[in-house]
Design a protein around this ligand. Structure first.
Ligand code: ADP
Ligand code: MG
Length: 185
């Protein structure tokens, strides 16, 4: 869809324009809102992705989850089937560089987990709207994965990633809540 591509381009530009200082400050504020939420406190297993570039930082949150004795799982994408398998990681050394600047678990060191065990999914994305719709990076990976889990879904977003309404197609999945530096949306 051309409209989606245009929004992806626009949001990417806005993200690139964020200073390192703003990125760090807002990432920290978002982390504080998440960590103090009941969703976080209740979750024993959390699915994250490893943040890239100007995405909301997830390294801090993953360390925090480990400190609190939570289990952390991250996906490994199959680019042919456009499906993901989630593996538990216990250290960042067990990640490797993959296409699209992704850092993903090394299968020789990490165990795949059963999707049923995931309590909370931190869903990555480029843009989000007031109805909970999400614009991803264009692969449809989370649109395929989300219907297979019964977990709370949260997305972390900077103000430039939140728009009034996004173009939505039949396959697009909603997110339960969006967290911005100002709190839960
Ligand atoms: N559940 C699904 N089954 C089959 N194809 C899907 C599914 N979800 C998404 N797709 C396909 O994936 C592609 C990307 O979806 P899109 O929503 O544009 O990406 P994203 O969600 O990453 O922004 C589209 O061509 C779409 O038809
Ligand atoms: Mg989609």
């Amino acid at each position: 869809m051309e409209k989606k591509a245009a929004i992806r381009h626009q949001v990417n530009q806005a993200l690139e324009a964020l200073t390192e200082k703003t990125h760090a400050k807002w990432s920290f504020e978002i982390a504080m809102h998440l960590i103090s939420s009941t969703y976080w406190k209740k979750a024993k297993m959390i699915a994250f992705t490893i943040s890239r570039g100007r995405e909301v930082d997830t390294y801090y949150l993953i360390r925090k989850a480990w400190e609190e004795g939570k289990r952390v799982v991250v996906p490994r994408a199959n680019f042919k089937t456009k499906c993901m398998t989630f593996y538990e990681i216990t250290r960042f050394d067990h990640l490797e560089d993959r296409p699209y600047c992704l850092k993903e678990p090394m299968v020789e060191f990490c165990q795949p987990i059963n999707h049923d065990e995931i309590d909370l999914v931190i869903v990555p994305g480029l843009a989000f709207d007031k109805n909970g719709y999400r614009l991803g990076f264009g692969g449809g990976f989370y649109d395929r994965f989300l219907p297979t889990v019964d977990a709370i879904t949260l997305s972390l977003a900077f103000p430039c990633q939140i728009v009034q309404t996004l173009p939505v197609e039949k396959h697009d999945q909603k997110i339960d809540h969006i967290i911005s530096p100002f709190g839960f949306d």
